[in-house]
Design a protein. Structure first.
Length: 130
């Protein structure tokens, strides 16, 4: 029964506007050669930077140069409208997933419910959670 409900939830998520937007944006991103190549180069340089930083005594000049390359590639990616849309769509879907996970956690007692506009700050005078 639980797995059946999980399957239903998965299907409902796949039909959500957030998921549909993300899937469409990813499909377009996959066809954008410039964005695809920039993303691969970014990942490669980022990986090199992580490896370099994890070494015993990284060369500061190389770290600085590689950091600048990674930053420039990131800016190039973010200025690409296809990539920017894919990231915005992914963030929107992730937000939906966070809400779903929070609702599940509330239902099983792992998290307390909050009022719809709760900021998590002072609850003084708030009729919601408590």
């Amino acid at each position: 029964m639980v797995l059946d409900k999980a399957r239903e939830l998965g299907l409902a998520l796949s039909e959500s506007p957030e998921f549909q937007r993300m899937a469409a944006a990813r499909a377009i991103l996959d066809t954008d050669t410039l964005a695809f190549e920039a993303l691969n180069t970014f990942k490669e340089k980022q990986s090199q930077l992580v490896e370099l930083l994890s070494s015993e005594e990284p060369d500061r000049l190389i770290v600085a140069a590689l950091s600048k390359e990674v930053e420039d590639l990131q800016n190039t990616l973010l200025s690409n409208p296809v990539f920017a849309e894919a990231m915005a769509a992914q963030n929107e879907f992730q937000s939906l997933m966070n809400k779903v996970n929070s609702e599940i956690a509330i239902c099983i007692g792992m998290e307390e419910a909050q009022a719809p506009d709760c900021s998590g700050g002072s609850c003084e005078g708030c009729p919601g959670c408590n």
